[in-house]
Design a protein around this ligand. Sequence first.
Ligand code: MN
Length: 359
Amino acid sequence: MEMTFRWYGKGFDTVELWQIRQIPGVTGVITTLYDTQPGEVWSRERIRALKDEVEAAGLYIAGIESVNVHDAIKIGSDERDRYIDNYIETLEHLGQEDIHLVCYNFMPVFDWTRTELARKRADGSTVLAYTQAAVDALNPEDMFASISGDANGAILPGWEPERMARVKELFEMYSGVDNEKLFANLVYFLEKIMPVCNKYDIKMAIHPDDPAWSVFGLPRIIINEENILRLMKAVDDVHNGVTFCSGSYGTNLKNDLPHMIRALKGRIHFAHVRNLKFNSPDDFEESAHLSSDGTFDMYEIMRALYETGFSGPIRPDHGRMIWGEVAMPGYGLYDRALGATYLNGLWEAIDKAHKSSLN
Ligand SMILES: [Mn+2]
C-alpha cells in the first residue's frame, strides 16, 4: 500500500502541501479540481497544472477523489450519453497525464450525510456524528441549512450551495428511480467507460453510500457485500473496482469489514481507513483512528488488506478537530496525520510479523 492524504486544492483546503509532505510515510495526495461541476470536461491544461503544483511540493497525485457523476447519468435521462461522453473525455485527459485512479460515488441527491459536524467529546475534541432520530425529524432542505451552518466556512463536498438550492427539484428528478433502476444506470455508465479505462489503465473505484442505507426515501445501492459483489460481477473488469471505505460500509454494523475486504480481493483499488464509535446502532461518531477509541478492530481491517495483497493508495479519513485547529469538518491536518501514522504502524507490524513467520 501507499499512504496518501486527501487534499482539496489551494484555496479550498486549510492544509497545505508542504505540511502533507512532512507527515511521515505520506508520499501522495488524493485530490480533485474542486471548482468543477459534475458533467464538466476537465481540461488537460488544468490537470497538468494541478500535477505540477503537487509535484513541486515533493508529492504526487496518487488518484482523483472525485470525478463526480452527473445526475442525468444516475437518473438515466435522455441527456445521459452526452454527460457520459464528457466523463470519458475527462478520463482520457487524466490518462494522458498519467493518472490511473478515479474515486466516484453513485449516491442520489446527497453525498455523505451527518447530523452533527462538531459533536463535542469528553476530551474536548469535536467530531462528525450521525443520529437517525435527527434525520427522521428533518426534511432535506433543513438538513442542508444545518450542515452548512456548522462547516467552519468550508464548502463541503457534495453539499455545494448551488446544488442544495435545487434540492426539491433533485428529489423530483429521482422520483421514478428505485434501487434496481439506479443499479442498471450504474452498469450502463460503467460499460460505456470501460474501453477508455482499459486504454489508459484507469481504475474506477466506487465509494460506498454513506450512511449505508436509504436516507429520505432515496435509493441507495452501494451499501453491503452482496450489492458490491453484484456490481463487480455485472461489469467483470478489473477497472471496475472499489474504494473500500471502512467508515462508510461500517455505518451498518451488519457489514463485516474484514470479510468484505477478503471477498473483494483484487478489486479494491483505494482504501479509506477510519474508525467509528457506536453509542447505539442508530448513533455513531467519527472517533480517532485507534481501535480502542471506536468500535472497529483496525488491526483486522489492515490485516485483511495486507493479506489480500492490497497495493493501492490508502488514506486516513475524517479526523477529529483537535489542538484548536479550524478546518473543514473531518479534514483537519492534525488528527488525520495521527491516523496516517497509526495505520503505517499497524502495517509495519503486520508486515514484519508476516515476514518473520516465513523464516
Ligand atoms: Mn470514505
